[in-house]
Design a binder for this molecule. Structure first.
Ligand code: TPP
Length: 367
């Protein structure tokens, strides 16, 4: 497993495969490193606030990313502007890195939008609830950009790659195996980014695989690497390398970010029913934010003024998220038909008309 920072926040230097990745981290400025920390703290704060809002009845459900911040920020910050990301429903940290306002995410979990952001503007596609389906969308998209000639040209501003996010449970879906097969034989520029948070709701990863997940890639004919998913530097370096390979025409890559889902699967679920609290305690000691903060402070790359400023920014963001959620207008119900097809469609128009008439039939019935 590639690790560049120990849980105590000490740099792992040389001697292992980690040495191949240190150059990526050495190239980062202090400003960029502090930016990673800011991202980690801010997105955790969004998550905390969203969980609270769900508990207060303001969101229908929330899928927490607690514990997975480094896997998401590390990989999200490794993306180039022209790359495309295909997320599942927990990628709030990647959404943040792509510039999606967290209110769009909360709106979806509140049930007032279907995502709300423009995937073409952010190169961040809509959340996918169907487990593993987006790995096929990502592979198809990667084959598309390959055919558009945006791969392996040698121009770093033009060459693009696609990243597909999914969980350990998703690897048991046929869609993921199909995506691996197509990506391999087509040499598609796609990085498969598996966040192995060790649970597929209540199913532990031992019930899903007999071998470490990253080793599966070899059977399909492309490289796979396991990285410490709680180490933002290692995730950044490994993902950056994988994306470079994909952009330069070397084909797909599997990154398994080994991490832990600290919270419930979603707010609808009670993990105390199926996992032991001792495990949670062990993983608390591997907290992705604490280790990075320790390293930044030890190295003198950030001081208390900076850490305090980030806390203040987190407070502001929490307020934005809370106020914005409470002020979200209910959507005009027929608008759900608006973006189903690009072109007008007679069947959809008829369904919309029927829906509007049905709603109109209730008018005045409450008076
Ligand atoms: C095709 C499909 N089957 C079942 C479900 C129900 N379901 C929702 S989340 C989940 C577990 C997913 O686990 P994993 O892929 O490890 O992702 P995680 O939620 O842990 O990030 C399941 C089975 C679904 N959404 N889609």
């Amino acid at each position: 497993m590639i690790q560049l920072l120990t849980p105590e926040g000490q740099r792992v230097e040389g001697g292992t495969d980690a040495a191949d990745y240190t150059a990526y981290v050495d190239a980062l400025s202090d400003e960029e490193l502090r930016g990673f920390y800011r991202d980690l703290v801010l997105i955790r704060r969004v998550d905390t606030e969203a969980t609270a809002l769900q508990r207060q009845g303001e969101l229908g459900i929330w899928a927490s990313l607690l514990g997975q911040e480094a896997a998401q920020v590390g990989s999200g910050r490794a993306l180039a502007p022209q790359d495309h990301a295909f997320p599942t429903y927990r990628e709030h940290g990647v959404a943040w890195c792509r510039g999606v306002d967290p209110l769009n995410l909360l709106g979806m979990f509140r049930g007032v939008n279907n995502g709300g952001w423009d995937p073409a503007e952010k190169n961040f596609h809509l959340y996918t609830i169907i487990i593993g389906a987006q790995t096929l969308h990502a592979t198809g998209y990667a084959m598309g950009i390959q055919r558009d000639g945006a791969v392996g040209t040698g121009d770093p501003d033009r060459d693009a790659a696609v990243i597909a996010y999914f969980g350990d449970g998703a690897t048991a879906q046929g869609d993921v195996s199909e995506a691996f097969t197509f990506a391999a034989v087509m040499n598609a520029p796609v990085v498969f980014f598996c966040q192995n948070n060790q649970w597929a709701i209540s199913e532990p990863s031992e019930r899903q695989t007999r071998i470490p997940l990253y080793q599966r890639a070899r059977g399909f004919g492309f490289p796979g690497v396991r990285v410490d998913g709680n180490d933002v530097l290692a995730v950044y370096a490994v993902t950056k390398h994988a994306l470079e390979e994909a952009r330069s025409g070397q084909g797909p890559f599997l990154v398994e970010a080994y991490t832990y889902r600290m919270g419930a699967h979603t707010t609808s679920d009670d993990p105390t029913k199926y996992r032991v609290s001792a495990d949670v305690e062990v993983w608390k000691l591997r907290d992705p934010i604490a280790r990075f903060k320790a390293w930044l402070a030890r190295e003198g790359r950030a001081d208390s003024t900076f850490f305090d400023a980030v806390e203040a920014q987190a407070d502001e963001l929490a307020l934005h998220v809370r106020r914005g959620t409470l002020e979200m207008p209910d959507p005009d119900a027929p608008s759900m038909f608006d973006h189903v097809y690009v072109e007008p469609h007679p069947l959809l128009a008829a369904e919309r008309e029927q829906f509007v008439a049905y709603h109109a039939s209730f008018e005045g019935s409450h008076s």
